[in-house]
Design a protein around this ligand. Structure first.
Ligand SMILES: [Zn+2]
Length: 194
C-alpha cells in the first residue's frame, strides 16, 4: 500500500471519520461501514493536507479548473483547487438534474478535474463529468479521496487516494436489515433546492 493511502487511513482513524454500524448511503444502498468525510475535513489543517495529497496525484494532468458536485465535493474540491492554483466551481442537483448555477462558466477546452469526497456508485461524479464535457471542457480525471468500488464511466481516468470497497447491498438484500439493526442515514445529499 502506498504511503499516501497509509497516511489517509491514519487521518480517517484520528478524525473518527471511519464508522461502523448500519448505514443508508446516499446511493440508497445499505452498508455496515461508512466514511464521514465531513469529519475527515472538519479540521482545516487536515483538509489542506488531504487536498495536497490529491492535488499531487493530479498535477501531472495540468488541470486548469476543478469542478465538484455539491455537497460532498465542496470542501475537498476547494482544497485541491487552492493547491493547484486553479478556479474552483461546483454544480448542484436541482429537481434531480446536476446543474451549473451561480454564474459559474466552463470554458470550451478547459482541462477540468472533477473532485468528489467519496464515490460509491460514482453517480454524482459521473454526472458532474458529463456536465463539464457537455459544456465543452476536456475532463482529464475524476478524482476522489475514497473510492468504495465505483464502476468508472466516461473516458477520463478515475483516481482516488484510497480504494475501500466496503460491502453494500440493495435494501431488499441487506443482511443488517434482516437482523433488525437500527438504520442511520448519514448521507450528505441535500434535498433539491427547487
Ligand atoms: Zn439495511
Amino acid at each position: 500500500m502506498s504511503g499516501e493511502a497509509d497516511r489517509l487511513r491514519a487521518l480517517l482513524d484520528e478524525s473518527g471519520a471511519f464508522q461502523e454500524g448500519h448505514f443508508r448511503l446516499s446511493s440508497g444502498r445499505h452498508s455496515a461501514a461508512y466514511v464521514q468525510c465531513a469529519l475527515l475535513l472538519e479540521q482545516p489543517a487536515r483538509a489542506t493536507e488531504v487536498g495536497g495529497l490529491l492535488a499531487a496525484r493530479l498535477g501531472g494532468l495540468r488541470p486548469e479548473a476543478v469542478l465538484s458536485p455539491a455537497l460532498g465535493g465542496l470542501v475537498i474540491g476547494y482544497q485541491v483547487a487552492a493547491c493547484l492554483g486553479v478556479p474552483f466551481r461546483f454544480c448542484e442537483r436541482r429537481q434531480g438534474r446536476m446543474e451549473l448555477r451561480r454564474g459559474f462558466r466552463i470554458r470550451p477546452g478547459e482541462r477540468t478535474v472533477v473532485v468528489e469526497d467519496v464515490v460509491t456508485t460514482g453517480g454524482s461524479a459521473a454526472e458532474a463529468a458529463a456536465l463539464a464535457a457537455a459544456a465543452g471542457a476536456d475532463v482529464v480525471a475524476v478524482a476522489s479521496i475514497i473510492d468504495r468500488g465505483a464502476e468508472p464511466g466516461g473516458e477520463a481516468p478515475w483516481i482516488s487516494l484510497l480504494r475501500l470497497p466496503l460491502s453494500s447491498w440493495p435494501q431488499a438484500e441487506c443482511p443488517l436489515c434482516a437482523e433488525g439493526l437500527l438504520l442511520s442515514a448519514p448521507g450528505s445529499r441535500l434535498p433539491d433546492a427547487g
